[in-house]
Design a protein around this ligand. Structure first.
Ligand SMILES: [Zn+2]
Length: 119
C-alpha cells in the first residue's frame, strides 16, 4: 500500500484517538460536577443514575472506537494495514478514508452486520 496514503491514515487515526480521549475526559469531569450538585436528594439521585448510564453507554462506544483505532495503528506498524481481517483482500482506499479504523472490507462488514442483526 502507498506510503503517503498510510501516512495520511496514520494522521487521521491519531486525530481520532485524541478526539475520543478528549471527549472521555470531558464526560468524566462533567459527570463529577453533576454528582456534586445532586447530592442528598432522591430525585436528583435518580437522574444522576440515568446520566451515569448514558455516560457509561457513551464511554463503552468510545472505548470500542478507541480499540478499533489502536488496532488500526498496530496494523500499520505491522505492515498489515488496509488488508481485510477476514478474507485478506485489500480494503478500498475510499473506504479507509471514510473510516480509517476499518479492518474489514465492505463485503465482510455487511456479512458481520447481517449475522449480528439475526441474533
Ligand atoms: Zn473481507
Amino acid at each position: 500500500m502507498d506510503a503517503a496514503f498510510i501516512e495520511e491514515m496514520k494522521d487521521l487515526l491519531y486525530k481520532e484517538r485524541k478526539t475520543i480521549l478528549d471527549r472521555m475526559n470531558g464526560d468524566n469531569s462533567s459527570f463529577k460536577e453533576e454528582g456534586a450538585t445532586g447530592r442528598g436528594d432522591s430525585v436528583d439521585l435518580a437522574s444522576d443514575e440515568g446520566a451515569f448510564k448514558k455516560m457509561e453507554a457513551l464511554n463503552a462506544m468510545d472505548a470500542k472506537r478507541l480499540t478499533a483505532v489502536e488496532n488500526a495503528l498496530k496494523r500499520i506498524s505491522e505492515n498489515r494495514y488496509g488488508i481485510c481481517l477476514k478474507c485478506g483482500k485489500k480494503i478500498p482506499e475510499d473506504r479507509l478514508r471514510a473510516m480509517p479504523s476499518a479492518v474489514l472490507c465492505i463485503d465482510c462488514k455487511n456479512e458481520e452486520e447481517r449475522r449480528r442483526s439475526a441474533n
